[in-house]
Write a protein that binds this ligand. Structure first.
Ligand SMILES: C[S@@+](CC[C@H](N)C(=O)[O-])C[C@H]1O[C@@H](n2cnc3c(N)ncnc32)[C@H](O)[C@@H]1O
Length: 321
């Protein structure tokens, strides 16, 4: 099992320390043995013991470069990385192996980056961080602390194997749900990318996000939306794009109203984007179905269920100071 002592020691002299007992309890309550824990622990332990000479967190793919002196069986390493499939968020270039992930997460980053408060010296929380791809983009942007939370165990292992190749740094991933976190009232920037539509109670999710950020801090939300006015919200009858856990797709006007009513100020939609089959696609590293299989084969403007195809908005606002 992976432990989280590096997070606790990195934050023990900060105002986060007063939340350590709650976080330790949440980990004790929710971080249990998983069906594949032993397989993944064994695979993680057999990964090459190499600390990279160079890394790049600010290119389209996150690159970790093999030191010249290191001796690596690249085909063995590639097969070890495949133990941790599916790789959904990336892309990555790890010691010469290119991981072509399901998502071009760099495209999402490029859409949001011009609009956010620059992250230099900021303490950042990324809710639903997946394997932490964005945590490294945040460090690349100068964040002094980048904490991600995500309950999906495979993604924690993907993050940990990257961390094991890197020198100690300020990215941390806790395998918790956002509903397990205390009201930190601490982070300068809080991100919730691709999470809101999965939450059964969207207003509660916004309230949670506001409880994590400090007064005056920034909240960045990316979520599925539909076209329409402030009176438009789609609640799928059953599945949406084959997903059974999509609850709520508002128009941007309805979403902005919701955010304001939940207490955010300075709310604005900064980007709207139709998700393309180039941005989300099956690859050698994610062999399951992907966006093209979730769309009407005759009309890509519709999902297979006949709803508008995935369209995403980025909305930014602040907690009152
Ligand atoms: C659609 S993915 C988005 C990943 C990433 N933020 C991005 O934008 O590419 C949703 C993520 O939310 C995570 N998730 C699911 N339930 C969650 C919860 N209760 N709290 C935090 N994250 C959750 C999933 O494990 C998954 O990694």
């Amino acid at each position: 099992m992976i432990d989280f002592e590096s997070f606790f020691s990195a934050t023990q002299k900060s105002a986060l320390a007063k939340h350590h007992p709650n976080l330790r309890k949440a980990l004790a309550d929710h971080y249990h043995e998983h069906g594949r824990t032993q397989e993944w622990d064994t695979a993680l332990a057999s990964m090459p013991d190499i600390e990279v000479a160079q890394y790049e967190f600010s290119e389209d793919r996150i690159s970790l470069t093999l030191p010249k002196s290191a001796d690596l069986d690249i085909e063995l390493f590639r097969s070890q990385l495949k133990t941790f499939m599916p790789w959904r968020k990336g892309p990555w270039q790890l010691l010469g192996v290119s991981i072509d992930t399901e998502w071009r997460s760099d495209w999402k980053w490029n859409r949001l980056h011009p609009h956010i408060t620059p992250l230099a010296d900021r303490k950042v929380l990324d809710i639903g961080t997946g394997n932490g791809y964005f945590l490294y983009r945040m460090l690349g942007d100068g964040a002094k602390l980048a904490v991600g939370v995500d309950p999906t165990r495979l993604f924690l292992y993907q993050f940990q194997l990257v961390q094991n190749l890197l020198p100690p740094n300020n990215a941390h991933l806790l395998p918790l749900g956002c509903e397990h976190l205390p009201a930190f009232d601490y982070f300068d920037s809080v991100f919730s990318l691709g999470v809101l539509y999965h939450r059964r109670a969207p207003v509660n999710h916004i309230t949670e996000l506001l409880s994590f950020v400090r007064g005056g801090g920034e909240v960045v939300i990316e979520t599925l939306i539909v076209r329409g006015d402030e009176q438009t919200i789609l609640v799928p009858e059953d599945r949406y794009a084959k997903m059974s856990n999509v609850w709520f797709l508002p128009s941007t006007a309805a979403l902005e109203n919701l955010l304001r009513r939940a207490g955010m100020v300075n709310v604005r939609t900064v980007d709207v984007n139709q998700t393309s089959i180039e941005e989300q696609h099956a690859t050698e590293w994610m062999e399951f179905q992907s966006l093209i299989d979730f769309l009407d084969s005759d009309d890509h403007s519709l999902t297979i269920e006949g709803y508008p195809a995935p369209r995403r908005a980025l909305v930014i606002g602040n907690k009152p100071g």
